[in-house]
Design a protein around this ligand. Structure first.
Ligand SMILES: Cc1ncc(COP(=O)(O)O)c(C=O)c1O
Length: 414
């Protein structure tokens, strides 16, 4: 479609999204280019469209030395290009596994090349130097590259924790109150680097606050660590559903970015998903804008990875396998809590995800402490200078080794 055709669909179905588009977002549209013309010729007798080397009947002229690594796939079609939107059956399967309550506004997810890429698509479509991104600090450090470096969007930060050591809804409210134009709010739960997720009352307050914001607002839920919840009292799911149901579509849009990276322990597979809180034609228009930007950057997402995720999603044992991983992480989480307490170390509150954040005493420097731990204790952690803290990835240490890790940290910090 042309940009103006897409915009009239947005104006009719989700005007807030139209108000939020960046200049690139305005220009983004899928022309009737090679992939679309090839798709239209799918049923033709002689298909001389796309530059794929095939047997003349639609299958790739696959090299046996390569294709033997994909022996679990039903055929060789995963060696061909996928659509810019991703494999339709994968998009549908991921939408089903999100298990959103009936009636939640949601486009079909667009497949991205990992979660970073999904967030970068949001950055491209909705931000720029004049559109601030409101985010709690400390935050995942790659947001600096995704937003400030790439699109020039300034990050407007507020402290992650309030004085009560819970999520700082009041800090977010005070930051939002300073805005008078379009903005993005980035929410990342379970959080990297704090390992914190909200409890139901915090979610209620967040939804109330964000849905009452008077200016155009794009809310992005970075759900990278979705599902890794260890405290049964937590809200325990993505905030997307509650936000998408609550916001006014004349003013706001919610984007959910998630993926197979952590949820299916498929880090190198590079499969992420981007879902918009717009139904029907407006949702398709936004998906087309995302796919157009994707076509102009990575062209299309790795088909074998998409096929593997699709296969996994239909496996009868997948939920059992995921539960087993969650049990392992839960054990590590509990071992870390116990070891920290036994050693009198006070991490910031953590209840989910992969990390705990250990603030350093005044006078200690995070980067110097990290280097000392590495050199003197053979311990690798991540320095988080913004919080003058060390991030411990308990997800990658066996539970039995966690007491040793913590005693090394203690020895290295004295
Ligand atoms: C908060 C957060 N978002 C997104 C990502 C990126 O995920 P991916 O590897 O799929 O790009 C990470 C990975 O570390 C992360 O911590």
């Amino acid at each position: 479609m042309t940009p103006s055709e897409l915009h009239s669909l947005l104006q009719d179905g989700h005007p807030g999204a139209l108000r939020l588009l960046s200049p690139l977002g305005h220009r983004a549209a899928m022309p009737l280019g090679i992939p679309q013309q090839a798709e239209q010729a799918r049923g033709a007798l002689r298909k001389a469209t796309i530059g794929q080397i095939t047997d003349g009947a639609g299958k790739p002229l696959a090299l046996p030395s390569l294709v033997r690594y994909f022996s679990g796939f039903p055929d060789t079609s995963s060696l061909l290009y996928a659509s810019q939107y991703g494999l339709l059956s994968l998009r549908q399967a991921w939408a089903r596994q999100m298990a959103l309550p009936d009636g939640t506004p949601a486009s079909l997810p667009v497949v991205a090349s990992g979660i970073t890429h999904g967030i970068a698509l949001c950055a491209d479509l909705f931000t720029g130097p004049d559109v601030p991104v409101v985010v709690a600090t400390p935050y995942w450090d790659n947001y600096d590259q995704i937003f400030t470096m790439r699109t020039g969007a300034p990050l407007l930060t507020y402290p992650f924790f309030g004085p009560d050591r819970r999520f700082n809804v009041a800090g977010l409210a005070a930051t939002l109150a300073r805005l008078d134009g379009p903005a993005m709010v980035l929410l990342n739960f379970p959080s990297n680097p704090t390992g914190y997720s909200p409890y139901p009352d915090e979610v209620q307050a967040l939804v109330r606050l964000l849905s009452a914001h008077p200016h155009p607002l794009c809310i992005v839920c970075d759900d990278a660590y979705n599902g890794l919840f260890f405290d049964p009292a937590l809200y325990g799911k993505s905030l997307y559903g509650a936000l998408a149901a609550a916001v006014d579509k004349a003013r706001a849009l919610v984007c959910k970015v998630d993926g197979a990276t952590k949820e299916l322990v498929f880090f190198g597979g590079r499969i992420g998903f981007l879902t918009f809180s717009a139904d029907g034609a407006a949702g398709q228009a936004l998906a087309e804008k995302a796919a157009a930007v994707l076509r102009g950057t990575v062209s299309s997402v790795c088909t074998p990875s998409q096929a593997a995720v699709l296969g996994a999603l239909s496996s009868a044992t997948l939920s059992e396998e995921r539960a087993a991983v969650l049990r392992v992480l839960d054990e590590r989480y509990r071992a870390l809590r116990e070891s920290l307490a036994a050693n009198g170390l006070d991490a910031l509150p953590f209840n989910s995800g992969c990390f705990a954040l250990l603030p350093l005493a005044e006078g200690q420097n995070a980067e110097a402490a990290r280097q000392r731990l590495l050199k003197e204790q053979s311990v690798g952690v991540i320095a988080v200078p913004r919080a003058n803290a060390l991030r411990i990835a308990f997800c990658s240490i066996e539970a039995a080794d966690i007491p040793d890790l913590v005693s090394r940290v203690v020895a290295g910090l004295v």
